[in-house]
Design a protein around this ligand. Structure first.
Ligand SMILES: [Zn+2]
Length: 263
């Protein structure tokens, strides 16, 4: 594969992602301005700082992105307003929240990732869930799933006032959960290769795969005889585009005549 080509393609993708992020942020800023006006809170640096703290974010840019993505609901903003109306209480709560944060949330919340999918358990399974009303988690928050009797899985923030008692009394009903970027979710794909065998073919195939940073090689199995071979490789990929690129690169290998996807 032409490395330079790949690198420039990568930087192109990166810059268009950045562009999209900027666009979302600027829309988010407008939305936030409008919403704040509605609840009669001034849009200024002070408010922005308070909001960033309230939603456990790092920068006002992160805040705009969340509003742009529609990740922050009006109810959340109302909570913010209610908390803000009493300065003393506000100060007190912030202190408590800071304390909780240090205990439970790690701040690896990288906003360049778009946490749009929640997965549960060790196997990172996608399951149906609802957001608990008590703490109204938003994507990116540190959360856990709680299996309710009648309403399926509900997710709570670790900083939820109910979290401690739920975990202490119903440990067996707690499901670990984490937010992921669905664009980065890995899918296993099996590719079948056919062609004319020659020395070093397996090496070339695995080279092509390992050069491709977006693809993880799980298994490679090449069999055959009398000059012909059939190969079965299992790879982990994030999306179709990465798969197409890989297949194009594999086709360029001398001897490979056919390549198709098994699943
Ligand atoms: Zn809760």
């Amino acid at each position: 594969m032409d490395f330079v080509k790949t690198a420039s393609a990568k930087s192109k993708i990166k810059s268009s992602l950045k562009e999209a992020q900027k666009e979302i942020a600027s829309q988010g800023k407008e939305i936030l301005t409008r919403k704040l006006r509605h609840i009669k809170i001034p849009f200024n640096e002070n408010t922005l700082n308070e909001l960033v703290n309230f939603f456990n974010l790092k920068t006002s840019q992160d805040l705009f992105v969340r509003f742009g993505n529609g990740n922050i609901e009006n109810a959340e903003l109302k909570k913010f307003a209610a908390q803000r109306s009493n300065t003393f209480l506000n100060f007190f709560k912030t202190k408590i929240r800071k304390k909780n944060e240090n205990q439970t949330t790690n701040k690896n919340d990288d906003l360049s990732l778009n946490y749009d999918m929640l997965v549960f358990g060790k196997d990172e399974e996608k399951l149906e869930y609802k957001k608990a009303k008590c703490c109204a988690p938003i994507p990116g928050d540190k959360v856990f799933g709680f299996i309710t009797i009648n309403e399926g899985i509900k997710i709570h923030k670790y900083s939820c006032p109910n979290a401690v008692s739920l975990q202490a009394n119903y440990a067996y009903r707690i499901l670990p959960a984490k937010w992921i970027d669905s664009k980065l979710q890995e899918h296993k794909v099996v590719l079948i290769l056919k062609g004319v065998d020659h020395d070093g073919l397996v090496g070339e195939v695995s080279n092509v795969i390992s050069q491709n940073q977006k693809v993880k090689l799980y298994n490679i199995n090449i069999s055959g005889g009398e000059g012909y071979f059939e190969g079965k490789i299992t790879v982990g990929i994030n999306n179709n585009e990465h798969l197409k690129k890989l297949m194009t690169a594999l086709k360029k290998i001398d001897g490979i005549e056919k390549i198709r996807r098994q699943n």
